[in-house]
Design a protein around this ligand. Sequence first.
Ligand code: PEP
Ligand code: MN
Length: 367
Amino acid sequence: MPEENAANKLFLPRKNGDLFIIAGPCSAESEKQVIETAEQISECKKVKVFRAGIWKPRTSPGTFEGIGEPAFEWLRKVKKETGLLTTTEAATPEHIEICLKNRDALDIIWIGARTTANPFSVQALADALKEVDIPVLIKNPLNPDIKLWAGAIERFQKAGIKNIGVIHRGFYPFENINLRNLPKWELAIEIKSLFPDIPLINDPSHIAGKREYIKNIAQKALDLNFDGLMIETHINPDVALSDAQQQLTPSDLNTLLKNLKFRKSTSNDTEFTDILEQYRDQIDSIDFQLIELLNKRMKITEDIGKYKLKNNVSIFQLKRWLDISKTRQDFGKTLGIDNQFIKRILQLVHRESIRLQSNIMNKNKKN
Ligand code: PEP
Ligand code: MN
């Protein structure tokens, strides 16, 4: 049996709320900053891995783009002096080569959001890592495209990387919001559903953009049963050379981790499982009824489609649609259901009705 390295063990499914916590500065800036940050972080026993970007993807040239290879000497010291594992971002095959040359100083490689968005880059990195035994964490791509994220995982799997984790760091927002990136939690849930054995880590720092938002995002991740967190932490965040507004001090990190409510991923208590089972039976029955009702509604929609066709009337009827949307939202309100939720469901149903009626009209056109 090949000897498992320490990082591999940490990728085993978590027990008793034992989360995989990564913390450290956005960038490795100086030996003093790296070592002091790591020393203080290591006092917080929950943290297992020290992160620091050695090469930094910056929007504009001329800003701090990382120290490069000399920073591995600092990571080597971090490992020796604190016992923390280490991770950095690699974005090109040359970065991988340097990482592997410094393998004794590095336990895990992470792939950044900009890289995951580009299949050429992902493939080049996967090729550079072929059959290498090093864990790889893959951040979600900047754009909310689940296939790109899944594709990156598959490329590394095909290259023989056995130890893969994913990091949910949010998606480019396209409009002004409070947060730096849109969380789109549903995509994190989807990637976990596609790859149930791959640990899912949340990066609240890059979603938040500002330190005051980090706690709520991290708590939400724990509530959704994420396997870990990656939190940017800097000895003196205000003077950080990158992402200054979103980094926490080690002492704030400690407070945050102490105050988070760690949920159990499940419970073996029989009373709990019995009651949960009863609730789930009810939900199952309701879901099947909903599907039967939707089917009934779609059948009527098709009859209407045929009727419109016969009378040469257009599919989309604005007045009727506005009326449906309003009356259902008003009714939902009387029951205390969020009207945006009703609106979204109706939009989906209406879209499907239009699709079915278009099929009827188009089929007729061909004949
Ligand atoms: C980072 O972790 O510092 C980073 C650059 O992240 P992302 O790729 O998520 O933007
Ligand atoms: Mn950063």
